[in-house]
Design a protein around this ligand. Structure first.
Ligand SMILES: NC(=O)c1ccc[n+]([C@@H]2O[C@H](COP(=O)([O-])OP(=O)(O)OC[C@H]3O[C@@H](n4cnc5c(N)ncnc54)[C@H](OP(=O)(O)O)[C@@H]3O)[C@@H](O)[C@H]2O)c1
Length: 187
């Protein structure tokens, strides 16, 4: 007698393509690993720390049996529009699909938490260029590219914000829903 086999259900994010900015370490790394466990294919983004980014990608790739990698690394400074474009191009090129998920985690934070009187204009500009401008540039690029899964489904854009930036978190946002009115959705 043959033993009945239990059908395997697809994972919730099976083969969805996700970019997690700043995923070489910290919160971004944890989110990338979690999305991979839900079935997503990942772009691990970093700006300077290639070694750490490679470790995250290797970790994800070694935990699945696929012959093709489920995670790749891409260096891109999110405050630079050309590099943001490259990041999205790379995701589409390598995985042969439009993007489904963007998680903005790239960020800089001075661990000394200086008071405003001790914060230089250069530090202020740098923090805002990554944490705020970077998130904006990635959302803008995503607004033009995110793929709608089904007519009723929304895509996922998450912004991890810090004490410097305005409190602005999108859990699951309708960035390109039924209306297709991206600008309205993202403003
Ligand atoms: N940790 C917390 O408790 C906490 C709480 C609330 C909010 N946040 C916010 O969440 C965000 C992430 O925090 P975290 O603790 O995970 O930080 P983290 O451990 O310092 O990691 C920062 C990540 O951002 C990347 N990054 C930095 N500048 C970048 C740039 N210009 N372009 C692309 N990637 C860049 C880093 O890449 P490299 O490795 O290449 O440098 C790294 O992957 C920050 O905005 C922070 O303010 C953190």
């Amino acid at each position: 007698m043959t033993t009945p086999t239990t059908p395997t259900l697809p994972l919730p994010l099976q083969d969805r393509v996700a970019i997690v900015t700043g995923s070489s370490r910290g919160i971004g790394k944890a989110i990338a690993i979690h999305l991979a466990s839900l079935g997503a294919r990942l772009v691990i983004n970093y700006t300077s720390n290639k070694e750490q980014a490679d470790l995250v990608a290797n970790d994800i790739n070694s935990s699945c049996a696929d012959s093709t990698p489920r995670a790749i690394v891409a260096q891109a400074n999110v405050s630079d529009p050309a590099q943001v474009k490259f990041l999205f191009d790379e995701a589409e090129r390598v995985f042969g699909s439009q993007l489904h998920v963007l998680v903005n985690c790239a960020g800089v934070l001075d661990p000394k938490y200086p008071s405003i009187s001790n914060t230089s204009l250069e530090d202020f500009d740098h923090i805002f260029s990554v944490n705020t401008r970077g998130a904006f540039l990635c959302c803008k690029e995503a607004a033009n590219r995110l793929k709608t899964w089904w007519w009723w489904s929304n895509n996922i854009v998450i912004i991890i914000y810090g004490w410097w930036t305005e409190a602005w978190v999108w859990g699951i946002c309708s960035i390109k829903g039924c209306s297709g009115d991206n600008d309205k959705d993202i403003s």
